[in-house]
Design a protein around this ligand. Structure first.
Ligand SMILES: Nc1ncnc2c1ncn2[C@@H]1O[C@H](COP(=O)(O)OP(=O)(O)OP(=O)(O)O)[C@@H](O)[C@H]1O
Ligand SMILES: [Mg+2]
Length: 290
């Protein structure tokens, strides 16, 4: 027991979860535990004790995660809210404001509101996934779905003179997957490719079946990603330091993408060089996800 306990672990009887202690296990892990201690009555010399440890590490982790989530979300939401409030106060405080200035300011409010709605949507989607949302599997043509999304995003890319090209033959490729979730993978990867590509650049999308896997690639000729940022890219709320100047965002998109790909038993990989663009490759197994 002494080996399990490590040093310096001492409790009063009946300690609550707030009175946790670190416990070093023999296999070198550190757990947060609470203990209940009770004497064994009726034993020969009344000298025995029952020591019950409860591992509360997971509960703490979840709480920490929730705290981080709430603080990151509030921080992100505050920016568009502050901006909208500023513009609305200015408009309301100046009845003499020329109509065209007022229209311009209200236009800013509308675009901030759109940004806010997008963030809330992403946060909701993220929390649904975290809560273990069920997958609705169906067979569909991934190329056709990609085509639909390219058509939806073309007005945005065209406004920035970024062309979206098909890489490879764009024939039908059937997959068995959750269509809405795969839609979200495509929208996130393509939106990133467009927003992190300077005006006049290009984005490419490819869908192919290599027999064993369905391979989806989204590449761009954009700003690229530094090697030191790559390991953090799929973490929730992570945004590379220079991203803010290119476009707003929550930093949740790629963590949603990764979660969905993994749920489908697939993998995601990124190749990128600063200034030379990025290629995101998603591989989905050609068998039903478990
Ligand atoms: N195609 C890309 N080119 C360059 N950097 C990228 C690209 N895709 C993602 N990144 C980097 O990875 C970060 C995380 O991407 P993610 O999609 O999770 O967040 P976001 O796009 O910043 O926000 P959101 O997806 O919520 O709008 C981005 O902020 C950016 O730094
Ligand atoms: Mg994104």
């Amino acid at each position: 027991m002494a080996q399990v306990l490590g040093s310096g672990v001492a409790w009063e009887t009946g300690s609550s979860r707030n009175e946790w202690r670190w416990l070093d296990t023999i296999d070198g892990r550190q757990l947060r535990v609470v203990a209940s201690i009770a004497p064994i009555r009726g034993s020969v010399d009344d000298a025995g004790l029952i020591l019950v440890f409860r591992d509360v590490s997971k509960e703490f982790e979840v709480e920490e995660l929730k705290r981080d989530f709430v603080s990151a979300v509030s921080h992100e939401l505050r920016t568009p809210i502050t901006s909208m409030k500023g513009f609305l106060d200015t408009v309301l405080g100046d009845p003499e404001m020329p109509a065209e200035v007022r229209t311009e300011f209200l236009g800013v409010v509308r675009s901030q509101l759109k940004r806010l709605a997008g963030m809330v949507e992403k946060i909701l989607q993220f929390s649904r996934l975290e809560a273990g949302q069920k997958m609705e599997l169906a067979a569909f043509d991934l190329t056709a779905l990609a085509g639909e999304i390219v058509a939806e995003l073309t007005p945005i890319s065209a406004s920035r003179s970024v062309a979206i090209d098909w890489d490879g033959p764009n024939g039908p490729v059937e997959v068995l997957a959750d269509r809405e979730q795969i839609r979200s993978v495509l929208v996130n990867l393509l939106t990133n490719a467009i927003k992190f590509t300077p005006d006049g650049g290009s984005v490419g999308i490819g869908v192919r079946d290599d027999g064993r896997e369905t391979v989806l690639t989204v590449r761009d000729t954009g700003i690229g990603i530094r090697a030191e940022d790559l390991p953090n890219l799929f973490q929730r709320f992570y945004r590379a330091p220079s991203s803010g100047q290119h476009a707003p965002g929550t930093g949740l998109g790629l963590s949603i993408v990764k979660e969905i790909v993994q749920r489908h038993g697939g993998r995601i990989h990124v190749d990128s060089r600063p200034g030379a663009g990025s290629t995101f490759t998603v591989r989905l197994p050609n068998r039903a996800p478990e």
